[in-house]
Design a protein around this ligand. Sequence first.
Ligand code: ATP
Ligand code: PYR
Ligand code: K
Ligand code: MG
Length: 570
Amino acid sequence: MTPSITSQSLRLSSSFSIAALQPHTFSKIPLPKSHLRVSRQAPLFKPISAVQSNVLLPDASKTATFQPSNAPHLTAVNTEAMEVDRATEVELKENGSRSKRRTKIVCTIGPRTCGFDELEALAVGGMNVARINMCHGTHEWNRKVIEHVRRLNEERGFAIAIMMDTQGSEIHMGDLGGATSSKAEDGEIWTFTVRSFGSNCPERTISVNYDGFAEDIKVGDELLVDGGMVRFVVTEKIGPDVICCCTDPGLLLPRANLTFWRNGSLVQEHNAMLPTISSKDWLDIDYGIAEGVDFIAVSFVKSAEVIKHLKSYIASRSPASNIAVIAKIESIDSLKNLNEIILASDGAMVARGDLGAQVPLEQVPSIQEKIVQLCRQLNKPVIVASQLLESMIEYPIPTRAEQADALMLSGESAMGQFPDKALAVLRSVSLRIEKWCREGKQHATFEPPPISSSVSAGIPGEICNGAAKIANKLKASALFVYTKTGQMASLLSRSRPDCPIFAFAPTSSVRRRLNLQWGLVPFCLNFSDDMESNLNQTFSLLKARGLIKSGDLIIVVSDMLQSIQVINVP
Ligand SMILES: Nc1ncnc2c1ncn2[C@@H]1O[C@H](COP(=O)(O)OP(=O)(O)OP(=O)(O)O)[C@@H](O)[C@H]1O
Ligand SMILES: CC(=O)C(=O)O
Ligand SMILES: [K+]
Ligand SMILES: [Mg+2]
């Protein structure tokens, strides 16, 4: 029997309207029999190099109908023609495509997880993005991490993106003379000083990086470490030394952030003097460009100008690079200019650690919700970072805030004792919350938040909303999107449909970048402009891997055609 694709499609013009979405065209595309011969011996892990050498690309000039005699090279399905990693395959097979995790996970890499085996454990556990924080570690140290991640991607088919996070030039403590941490107890007297000691740091003494520190701070001010994890009150000033009494005990970590408060308000005049991107940050940015990182996250952004400046710098230094710039929202200044900052960026991070030190803690959840909503309206991916597990345990109810694209582990994966357990907990909390959201939505009419008029999503935006709506209504197994730049995939992700979105991108760098976004299962696939042949190829490859099966209902969009297709897998 000749297998066929049953397709119902609608091509959309600029006069597109959702009401017109009645299935009305019906076409059968005969496939060559030989197309179904599947090599099941193909390894689960595949090297990237195989993509270039082993593509199953029918001639793009061919008509929609396949002529077996014209496609002699399609004699077997080579499952190596598509990059996919074992973790994704296992998740899709174990949970079923509709229950696959949609929320992405960013893991900060530190001394506990920098080895190849530890990174592999995180990759297998579902890490989508590895974050290196330039506050810590030398370029050499970070290069090793990048090399390991690259090796995992190349040898094991993962698509783990690298995010480099700048130090920024806010006030922070020194490195504790090399100690991994120090405990401050209630009532203890500690000295904060602008003197530096190298490795001969006296007991209960902390050096501070900002020369104006002892001048600016006053007796009676409150000094918060790491957004209030530890608190001190200033009791005395002696030259360069500020004597403080611990009022809220806790762990002091190297290079932790410092803020000071007077009469209940943050004292921040000194911060205004400091540049967002310091000279050290520029060196790190050059390093990140040279290493080909996927994302640069900018700490303590104050305005859109610095984001625009950095983006044009990256474009001039490395025109071919695809580095995305993420604005970290962690200061009062960034809240004042939120709309312009997010609009200028390729994504945002709600950096709750430092944010919680600059605004009253009880305001953080509502600020977070506002940022997440705004990012969805502006079609920018958004990451929620810091103190994750605590807040989710306290607020187990699904809110819009939990509709962030990605959640980020910090100390839990960088230096905690149980990085794999933390990742597993985050994974299961994400799955639980997503299920709640889907169930809660069942009886409501589905409407994604409107796209802001400042973003011109146009016809692609309407197509993606329409496709997500159809997928939900018809309870589709998956949405497929063929996208060269990733934009169509982002727009689909923005709609937060109930089924996963299989995103096919022609390059590994677009694939890695898409791995940050909610609900996207990115694949690297060398596709053509001929959608029928793309579909035949993809169905064969995914069926051979057991990721879809005959009869599954798939909704297809692409950035080459302005159409939505509704297809039963042959
Ligand atoms: N590369 C590293 N080397 C050593 N320790 C690290 C490294 N990366 C992270 N850590 C440790 O993990 C902790 C949490 O990491 P995280 O990246 O959240 O840093 P942070 O210093 O709190 O700053 P930020 O506000 O930039 O996130 C750090 O305080 C530090 O102790
Ligand atoms: C992640 C980060 O920078 C913060 O939470 O402050
Ligand atoms: K940082
Ligand atoms: Mg921070």
